[in-house]
Design a binder for this molecule. Structure first.
Ligand code: 4AD
Ligand code: MG
Length: 459
């Protein structure tokens, strides 16, 4: 029976016999014995093992090099060294898989760029092991958050014929029919109409919210957005709750509660993984997360946000004035320099937002806004985008016409307004952006197991 190193290290008593299996991080030899630092990825920490010369399997010790897979059986005893409570005194060692001298992770301190080029080996590096355990734990926290609040988990489709965000940034789905490909005849492919990889599960989520009341989706989404930045990926995961009988206020409340829940979960359940980020990636990380967990977010309307930006006296690359969409430099000024905390901006100009958002009464200057809201956080900018949806049939139809969307294609969506329409609202959180926020990692490519970004789809 194999014990995970995480379990071994948290044992509350010594053990006469234990077997661990993992990969050698380092080995030091003396004449009479060897020290092996072993890691199996179950936790950040290594366990130290002492193997006396001559025990069964010791004849292979020279091959138990960094990266080799090794099994160790022995006694779990109190460690005389500092830092760790337990170590293993081996009674036998077993070489399971060698790692020749060209193993790329011999030395510590590789650049993120180099590690991206070996994405298949990258999770073996301590920092990335921690990132991907955090990712796993955060996904579980997402489900726990919604389960505790009676939300149903809906699996919305990956292949779709609608462009939820209306930005035309969709990947086309085709079959591999060389004859058609050559003639570029994709039009009536497999589904007899053009289909795409989904940019958002929202529209289908609305169908389920207007049946099951509170739902969420959590799955991969795809954007053919040619933005080569540290915050954009072509394939990313999104969490999208949708609530019936809910307005913008309720939507902003849930977004804030959800963000804080994930931050708290990282602070309380990281099993030591947060420490490596705080030590090597971002010295101010723990302080910032605690602050976010404790303090309410700021809320400002788009109109107020634009006034703040105009009065800031700051030279932005992209000039800000009422009516333009906020750029990341504006978002970062608001959250990092002005408020110095997470900020929810709401009621954006109608002209810069998708067709499904609810139209507000015009403001005192006659300007049209919609019930959109974005949550912005320091260091990243937008992590959440959401809205109260337009539930009035006539207004929705007018919006669709203005966006050149045919009522035939979106007939099913209009049915949600035709039959038992109700106010409803939801949002989408970028899972990788949230993960960047809690780990301090600076590039989205470093929090996705295998990143897809413009010009790059290796592995
Ligand atoms: O603001 P977005 O485009 O909103 C929607 O898709 C809505 N339909 C969501 C909803 O209301 N149900 O995207 C939501 C979030 C963004 O705030 C951002 O965190 C993330 O998704 N996101 C990306 N993350 C990584 N790479 C990209 N290219 C992203 N585009 C959006
Ligand atoms: Mg957005």
């Amino acid at each position: 029976m194999r014990t995970l190193i995480k379990r071994a290290l948290s044992s509350d008593s010594s053990l006469d016999t234990i077997t661990i299996k993992g990969w050698v991080r380092t080995r030091r030899d003396s004449k009479e014995f060897s020290f092996l630092e072993m890691n199996d990825g179950s936790c950040l920490a290594n366990i130290q093992c002492v193997a006396d010369a001559g025990i069964p399997g010791y004849e292979d010790i020279a091959k138990m090099t960094t990266g080799a897979a090794v099994g160790i059986t022995g006694k779990l005893v109190e460690s005389p060294g500092k830092g760790q409570k337990w170590e293993i005194h081996a009674t036998s060692v077993e070489l399971i898989g060698e790692a020749p001298a060209d193993y790329p992770l011999q030395k510590k301190g590789h650049t993120p760029e180099f590690l991206r080029s070996i994405a298949h080996l990258r999770p073996r590096a301590n920092l990335y092991g921690a990132v991907f355990r955090m990712r796993s734990r955060m996904a579980q926290a997402v489900h726990r958050f919604f389960a505790e609040r009676d939300f149903n988990y809906v699996h919305t489709p990956i292949i779709t014929d609608s462009d939820c965000e209306g930005a035309g940034e969709m990947f086309r789905v085709t079959t591999l029919d060389p004859a058609k490909a050559e003639a570029q005849q994709f039009e009536n492919d497999f589904f007899e109409k053009p289909t795409y990889l989904t940019v958002s599960g929202q529209l289908e989520g609305e169908a389920f919210a207007t049946a099951l009341s509170n739902i969420y989706t959590f799955g991969p989404t795809f954007r053919a957005e040619n933005s080569n930045t540290t915050r954009h990926a072509s394939e990313f995961w999104m969490i999208e709750p949708e609530m019936a009988f809910c307005d913008l206020q309720g939507d902003m409340d849930l977004a804030e509660e959800f963000t804080k829940y994930l931050v708290d979960d990282a602070l309380n359940n990281s099993e030591g993984d947060l420490d490596i980020f705080a030590r090597f990636v971002d010295k101010g990380l723990l302080e910032r997360l605690k602050f976010v967990s404790e303090k309410p977010f700021q809320r400002v309307s788009y109109t107020e946000a634009v006034e703040i930006l105009e009065k800031s006296g700051k030279k932005f690359d992209y000039k800000v004035e009422w009516g333009v969409n906020l750029q990341s430099e504006h978002e970062r000024y608001l959250t990092e320099e002005h408020f110095k905390c997470p900020v929810t901006v709401y009621n954006y100009p109608k002209s810069v937002k998708p067709f499904y958002m609810r139209t507000n009464e015009p403001d005192e200057k006659g300007r049209e806004t919609v019930t959109a809201m974005d949550v912005l956080v320091p260091g990243i900018g937008e992590i959440i985008g959401g809205a109260q949806r337009e539930e009035r049939m006539d207004v929705l139809q007018a919006n669709m016409a203005a966006h050149n969307l045919s009522e035939e294609d979106y007939g099913w969506y209009l049915d949600l307004r035709k039959y038992g329409s109700c106010p409803h609202a939801g949002f989408g959180m970028g899972f990788e952006r949230m993960l960047m926020f809690v780990t301090g990692m600076k590039n989205i490519r470093d929090v996705i197991p295998f990143a897809r970004t413009p010009g790059s789809c290796e592995f």
